[in-house]
Design a protein around this ligand. Structure first.
Ligand code: GLU
Length: 365
């Protein structure tokens, strides 16, 4: 079997008990299965929750805190306990963990995003197991990944993983909610996330049930859009992860082999960048961008909005609304000047071959 790069996401309930204590037997089961995966030559990154769950009891809270400061304090204590346990368990297999704590803000800055990629690649190169979590203690409420399902999807895209495995305590997606409908049937394979499933993930009227898996479904949709296949399900024993990548997992496989990895520039523009302005393009330019995969040239632009620098990301509007986003090679001032020249019928040809947005730095919406 070819060597794969795999992201494994483990949730709090698969690591801790209800009293807020790390369950060492669950942890050792996960670690043994990761060790087996690596023995077969696969690269593994772990996205581990459990910081808040492992920390709250030590702070004297009777249950998982609900306030932001309570969660952040619990995460500070719990994260170190988690890594301590990981260290102990991994050492039995001669593996070394690296704690990687990320905030949403890290991904929104392009140089930090690139840097995260380089660091994770270096860790894999050196045979270290990255153990990634959101930096809960410093993340501000409005600027989080939402949950670790989403974090694991974004990490999978960033490092161009072959597969994301989301381990949970339910064995996959069901056509109805299995908790309140005994006729619910498990979906073994979902080639793509259809509109019906998207509606289910949003919680609006739909025939399919998510069975408490909304966040996993939304994360799977993001992973697929970045070219990464997903497995959502459960398993026990040291062979559970090998079984999953060999197609024998107890859960739902999502996405087909036809998926192709999305380049990092496009991922960043699409999911992490901050939009600084807008360009309005004519029908010809819209057609070239959307259907022909061409770059955007100055001649197709008729309106520029906002103030932006070369290298910023802007939204592009066509005849009927937004068509995509891209990184500009001109500032708004330069573009406005070009437009003014165009209106005065001056020499637009001078600029007309220079790309405003190169096709590699353009994403359709
Ligand atoms: N980062 C949180 C923690 O470690 C978990 C977030 C989640 O479960 O999605 O406690």
């Amino acid at each position: 079997m070819e060597k794969k790069r795999i992201v494994v996401k483990i949730g709090s309930s698969s690591l801790t008990d209800t009293k807020g204590v790390i369950d060492q037997s669950k942890l050792s089961d996960h670690i043994a299965s990761i060790a087996n995966l690596r023995k077969k030559g696969h690269e593994v990154l772990l996205v581990s929750s459990g910081a808040v769950a492992a920390g709250f009891a030590k702070l004297g809270y009777p249950s998982r805190p609900v306030t932001l400061k309570g969660k952040q304090a619990a995460a500070a204590v719990g994260q170190s306990l988690l890594i301590q346990s990981y260290n102990e368990q991994l050492s039995k297999f001669g593996m070394i963990p690296a704690q990687v704590l990320i905030t949403r803000n890290d991904f929104s800055k392009r140089n930090r995003y690139r840097n995260a990629y380089s660091t994770l690649s270096e860790l894999l190169e050196r045979n270290i197991l990255p153990i990634i979590n959101e930096n809960d203690t410093v993340s501000v409420e409005e600027l989080t990944f939402g949950d670790n399902d989403m974090l694991s999807a974004l990490v999978s895209g960033l490092i161009h993983a072959d597969q994301l495995i989301i381990l949970t305590d339910i064995n996959g997606l069901y056509d109805k909610n299995p908790k309140d409908d005994p006729t619910a049937r498990r979906i073994a394979y979902l080639p793509e996330i259809t509109e019906e499933w998207k509606q289910a993930a949003k919680g609006s009227g739909s025939k399919v049930g998510t069975g408490g898996m909304k966040s996993k479904l939304i994360a799977a949709e993001t992973a697929l859009s970045l070219g990464v296949k997903v497995f959502i399900g459960k398993g026990t024993g040291e062979n559970k992860l090998i079984d999953i990548i060999e197609g024998k997992g107890d859960g739902t496989y999502i996405g087909s082999d036809a998926l192709t990895s999305i380049n990092s520039n496009r991922q960043w523009i699409s999911l992490h960048s901050t939009v600084q302005g807008s360009l309005y393009v004519d029908e010809g330019a819209e057609l070239a961008l959307v259907n022909k995969g061409s770059s955007l040239l100055p001649a197709g632009i008729y309106k520029v909005e906002g103030f932006f620098e070369k290298g910023n990301v802007v939204e592009v509007y066509g005849i009927n609304g937004i068509i995509g986003k891209g990184e500009v090679l001109y500032s708004s001032e330069e573009l406005k000047e070009i437009l003014a020249q165009k209106r005065e019928e001056q020499r637009i040809e001078k600029h007309s071959r220079l790309e405003v947005i190169h096709r590699d730095k353009w994403v359709k919406i």
